[in-house]
Design a protein around this ligand. Sequence first.
Ligand SMILES: *Cc1c(COP(=O)(O)O)cnc(C)c1O
Length: 374
Amino acid sequence: MTTYVWDYLPEYEAERADILDAVQKVFASGRLVLGESVRGFEAEYAAYHGVGHCVGVDNGTNAVKLALEAVGVGRGDEVITVSNTAAPTVVAIDEVGATPVFVDVRAEDYLMDTTLVEAAITPRTKAILPVHLYGQCVDMAPLRRLADEHGLKIVEDCAQAHGARHNGELAGTMSDAAAFSFYPTKVLGAYGDGGAVITADAEADRALRRLRYYGMEQTYYVVATPGHNSRLDEVQAEILRRKLTRLDDYVEGRRRIARRYAEELGDLCGPGGLQLPSVTEGNEHVYYVYVVRHPRRDEIIQRLKDRHDISLNISYPWPVHTMTGFAHLGVAKGTLPVTEALAEQIFSLPMYPAMPEGLQDKVISALREVLREL
Ligand SMILES: *Cc1c(COP(=O)(O)O)cnc(C)c1O
C-alpha cells in the first residue's frame, strides 16, 4: 500500500464513536444551519485563544477573505504578504479586489522576512498578512511596530498554525483578525471544509457575522454592503467541538513524530545535504507539515516512490508569483530569490498525529537508504 504524507483513517478508527455521535446530535437537533453547534464551537474556540470573538465560516480561504473585508481592506488596496504560501492566501486577497505585494522569506525558517516589509509599504498599503507557515509563527513585533507607525491592519493567516505559540502568545491573538482553516489535513481538521476568524474587536466581529450571512444582521435585510454565504456547517462545527478538546494532544503527537525524525535523521544533515526544519527562537512549532530541504529533492522523491511506494508532497512546488494565474500581478521571476530557491529543494515527510509507528519506521529507513545511495 502506498504511504502518503497524510491519512485521516487511523484517527477516524480511534475517534469513530465520538464523530458519529456528533453527526447524530446535529441531525436530531432540529436545526441544521447556524444552530447550537456553531454557537458552541465559536464560544469554545474563542475561549481556547482567550479572545472575545470567533466567527465560524465555510473554509479557510473565505476566512482570510472575510477577515480582510472586516478590517476594511477592499478594492484598490495593497496587502503585503509572501509568495511562499498556499495559493489560497493570495486568492483571498484577489477576491476582495486588493493587490498582493510580496516580500521574500528567510532562508532559516521559510517565513516572512519582516525586515523587507517597510520598503514594500506604499500610500495604498492597507494591511500586512503574515502566514504562520508549516506550523510556526512569523516574528510579529516588527510588524506591530510598522502597522502602528503607518496605520495598517494586520491579519494573520493561521491555517497551518492551530495551537502554535510565539513568545508564549497563541497564533491568532497577535493581530486585528486571524483566519483559520479546518480543512481535513490541518492541525485541527474537520470532516470536510470549515474555517473561522477570531478577533478581539467587537466591530470586526459584527462585520464578520454580517459578511458570512449575505450582508444581513436581521433575516431578509441586507444592511450595509452585500456580503456572502460563508457559514460554517453545523455538522462540521459539532465535530470540531469534539476535536478541539483534543487539539493539544494532536499537537503533542505531531511534536513526538518531529522529535523522532530529528533524532533518526539528524546525522544525515549537513551543508549541501539534508536540512531539517529549524525552530526559530521564541516559537513553539506545531508541525502542520514537516518540511525538509535537499538540493537533489527530485531524485529523492522519485526513488522513494519507485522503490518504497512512498509518495511525498511538496509544500509548495510553485511560488505564487510564478503561477500563470497570477501573471497579471507582473511580479517577475527572480525578484524573490529565497522563495524561488526553496521551491526547488523542499519536500515534506509524512506527518499526522495518528501516523502508525511502523510507517514512521518505514519512512525513516527508506529515506536513510535513498540518501546514502545518492
Ligand atoms: C489551507 C490553507 C488555506 C485555505 O484553507 P481552505 O480551508 O482550504 O480554504 C489558506 N492559507 C493557508 C496558509 C493554508 O494552508
